[in-house]
Design a binder for this molecule. Structure first.
Ligand code: PMP
Length: 451
């Protein structure tokens, strides 16, 4: 295919420099296992599971077959005042994997929809219990919860927010980020190798000592965080951080939401980040790996306590009263649910979460040994099957160096994700040592060339 097959006349690309794309198009036409094929016939290693989605690798036949069979059986059915058999089964499987009393799955179609759904559940739950005044949300700087208004408001990536100003949700505050390179104790943790770093109390006590005193805690509805900050560039919280959030939320009747769109379904070697950290939130948001990325799906897993409160609030209402006015045309879409069932079965059959846990240190070792000390490298953080390499920003041009390195790697046959000044690998769980050597070696060469 020629370049001008990809004129920019019609497709407006998401989160992509559109104006320069046609000069250097990066277009995939096929994928298998760990590799893509590009429009010009090159093989590219998928070092980031596409967008952290393709845990089981590409073109997995059991998932494809389940989707085809579902299309031939029940292509679609309304989600309102009716449901479908696959949605019940998928919810049952997800609930069985979820920690604690997280048993009720509200389906949607993306991580962004999951974020907004979870925030609405939090408000509705408090209202159902007679605490409708609880309407403040606490997110975190550099958090990413998708691009819809709720998720963008509690999220804290400045570039995503700056155009929308006062249109963002008004009753939101943000905790400081978990990693501050200027802080003397954090600076010592630029290099994190498959461990939970330990550092001083001020980040651990951020919610308790700085944020809640600014508000009346009895007005706070929920705290929402990613267990490991993914989109910002794989920043790992200090030991005890999530546990402390849980304790403080419990003390004040605040709901704790884990956005596990990236950490859910195996990335840390466990089903959820909640399992890895041994902390059970009130809701878990998921998407991405639940269908191996093959078909859009997201959802929120809610605790029994939340569900029961919402049902109980209508205990004396007539039998047809709707308890929660929320849902999408495609909530629990039968084809997406068939894909989810097949994906979760495949994860189990091939023991892929454990494999992610085993290959994580191999990836971390390679990154730390081959990249530490290269020019402009100021940090490397690995945990689970993901690693971020942080580069010193070019003055006045944040993210530029990492973007150039991303392009260079792509041309050399490796897809890495640039996130600000970080380059991130989070490959499919089927990754082999030889892929890791190629990925990390290619990144190291590109970092040298960029210097
Ligand atoms: N939450 C988190 C933690 C994410 O990482 C993402 C996507 N990277 C989202 C929400 C948004 O998901 P989507 O792009 O499917 O809307």
């Amino acid at each position: 295919m020629a370049y001008n097959d990809f004129r920019m006349d019609n497709q407006w690309l998401p989160f992509t420099p559109n104006r320069s794309f046609a000069q250097d198009p990066r277009v995939f036409v096929a994928a298998e296992g760990m590799h893509f094929t590009t429009h010009d016939g090159r093989q590219v290693i998928d070092g980031i599971s596409s967008l952290w989605c393709v845990g089981a690798g590409h073109n997995r036949k059991p998932i494809n077959e389940a989707i085809k069979a579902q299309l031939d059986t029940l292509d679609y059915a309304t989600a309102f005042n009716a449901s479908n058999d696959k949605a019940f089964r998928a919810a049952e499987m997800i609930a069985a994997m979820a920690p604690g009393d997280l048993n009720k799955v509200l389906f949607c179609n993306s991580g962004s929809e999951a974020a907004d759904t979870s925030l609405k559940v939090a408000l509705a739950y408090h209202r159902a219990r007679g605490e409708g005044h609880r309407n403040i949300f606490i997110g975190r700087e550099r958090g990413y919860h998708g691009v819809n208004f709720g998720g963008m408001s509690v999220g804290g990536i400045p570039a995503n927010r700056k155009v929308y100003g006062a249109a963002l949700l008004p009753r939101v505050d943000h905790m400081r980020f978990i990693h501050d390179p200027l802080h003397p104790e954090h600076a010592g943790h630029a290099y994190i190798h498959n461990q939970q770093p330990v550092w001083n109390e001020d980040i651990l006590l951020e919610l308790e000592n700085r944020i809640l005193p600014l508000h009346d805690p009895s007005n706070v509805a929920a705290v929402i965080v990613e267990p490991v900050a993914g989109s910002a560039g794989w920043y790992i919280p200090p030991q005890g951080y999530l546990k402390r959030l849980r304790e403080i939320c419990d003390k004040h009747g605040i709901l704790l939401i884990f956005d596990e769109v990236i950490t859910g379904f195996g990335r840390l070697g466990t089903a959820f980040g909640a399992d890895f950290y041994g902390v059970v939130p009130d809701m878990i948001n998921f998407a991405k790996c639940v269908t191996n990325g093959v078909i859009p799906m997201g959802g929120v897993i809610c605790s029994d306590r939340i569900y029961d409160a919402m049902m109980g609030a209508h205990g004396s209402a007539p039998g047809h009263a709707i308890e929660f006015f929320h849902g999408y045309t495609y909530s629990g879409h039968p084809v997406a649910c068939a894909a989810a069932i097949a994906t979760l079965e495949l994860f189990q059959r091939e023991n892929l979460f454990a494999r992610a846990g085993e290959m994580g240190p191999v990836l971390g070792d390679a990154a730390h040994s081959l990249i530490k000390g290269l020019p402009n490298v100021i940090g490397i953080r690995s945990l689970g099957l993901a690693v971020a390499v942080e580069l010193a920003p070019v003055a006045g041009l944040p993210g530029k160096r990492a973007y150039d390195v991303f392009l260079d790697c792509f041309h050399k046959g490796v897809l890495v994700r640039n996130a600000g000044d970080n380059l991130v690998f989070a490959p499919p769980y089927i990754v082999e040592k030889s892929h890791i050597e190629t990925m990390v070696g290619t990144l190291a060469d590109a970092i040298r060339r960029a210097a």
